[in-house]
Design a protein around this ligand. Structure first.
Ligand code: 13P
Ligand code: SF4
Length: 358
């Protein structure tokens, strides 16, 4: 059964951004009502601490329409921990850090995967599911790390460091992965670097992640000069100031931060490791030194923890919105394809990572 008319499909091709989602809701006859408010009250009860009541009438119809269309299309929505709460708690089937999303992508059932995250994550899902339709709601959702290095750069590194294994962070294009020996994420990087069986390893493209890995690894780590534009903004001085102002504050940081920032933290780990730390430790007050939507998402499940929120937003993650997810499901917008010449080599690097992380 087609939910959408041919007229709307035609209009969608020419509509201004942001207008089509509302038209889809009209066509599906989905609008906020007292009945919807009642039906969705249990979900709103969960998220009301992070979604103001004035915003809920805007989000709720999209959440309902997306969940309906998702069932009709036999689709699965994978969402990174940095997605906003209405996506993370409202429509995602699987949430997690980069490694968890890659593992879940490999196991994904359904005909369609909608990746709520950035482009390299959707590409990874496509590599692991070449037969499935993989959609990203906004093709412009990039990443400063992925943009910092090209396949040509990796070939030049291989020439400059003959025989040195290349461990590549998943935050890279498929073309870069294809030139690499294995991928890693922040949650498995030390294990993978140590497992290379070499006393020198190239760890690309995140300079700070490489420096942080080098402090824990048993081998020499050679870095590239890429940076995460979100995490590079945090400084050790600001963390010291937060501690001076509030000595009871616990600070946890992502390893894409500078090493001296991690020195100020009580714990560092991938986004999911940070969430686990909060859940296990239930600190009275905590600051998560990472992208700021994550505190909202974690706060929903941890009502007794107070979050101090320095807000550094990832502009790429924030390209993904409920109206665009609805449009993605309605119009297969926008489908990820990976060049056949690079997909098998890139897939091998990701699959090797999954294998070595077990
Ligand atoms: P993880 O979720 O793997 O920790 O990565 C963080 C990140 O920056 C993803 O873009
Ligand atoms: Fe890339 Fe940093 Fe944004 Fe993650 S938070 S997608 S590493 S720019």
């Amino acid at each position: 059964m087609a939910i959408l008319s041919d007229a709307l499909l035609t209009e969608a091709k020419t509509a201004l951004p942001g207008q089509t989602g509302a038209r889809i809701l009209q066509e599906m006859d989905i609008a906020y009502s007292d009945g919807m408010a009642r039906d969705m009250a249990p979900l709103y009860e969960r998220v009301k601490s992070v979604i103001p009541s004035v915003e809920w009438p805007f989000f709720a119809p999209y959440i309902q329409a997306i969940n309906d269309l998702k069932r009709e299309r036999n689709a699965v929505i994978l969402a990174h921990n940095y997605q906003t709460p209405e996506i993370f708690h409202g429509v995602a089937d699987v949430v997690g850090d980069s490694l968890q999303l890659a593992i879940e992508a490999a196991k994904a059932e359904g005909d369609v995967i909608v990746q709520c995250g950035v482009h390299f994550m959707a590409e990874t899902s496509k590599l692991l599911n070449p037969e499935k339709t993989v959609l990203i709601p906004d093709m412009g959702a990039g990443c400063s790390l992925a943009d910092s290095i090209t396949a040509k750069d990796v070939r030049a590194l291989r020439e400059a460091y003959p025989g040195v294994p290349i461990v590549t962070y998943v935050n890279t294009s498929a073309a870069v992965k294809a030139e690499s020996d294995v991928c890693c994420t922040s949650s498995n990087a030390v294990k993978i670097v140590n497992g290379m069986g070499s006393d020198r390893v190239l760890c690309i493209p995140d300079e700070y992640l490489a420096q942080n890995i080098a402090r824990e690894a048993d081998v020499e780590v050679i870095a590239w000069k890429g940076r995460c534009e979100v995490h590079e903004q945090f400084t050790a001085e600001e963390l010291q100031q937060y501690r001076t102002d509030d000595p009871g504050l616990r600070i946890i940081a992502h390893p894409e931060c500078k090493p001296d920032v991690l020195d100020e933290a009580d714990f560092s780990g991938s986004t999911s490791a940070m969430i686990k730390w909060v859940t296990d430790n239930q600190p009275d007050r905590v600051m998560m030194v990472t992208e700021c939507s994550m505190s909202d998402n974690v706060a929903v499940e941890n009502p007794n923890v107070n979050f101090v929120r320095p807000c550094n937003l990832c502009p790429h993650m924030k390209q993904i919105t409920l109206p665009k997810i609805l449009e993605a499901l309605a119009f297969n917008r926008t489908e990820i394809t990976v060049d056949a010449a690079i997909s098998s080599k890139a897939r091998a690097a990701v699959e090797r990572m999954i294998e070595l992380s077990r």
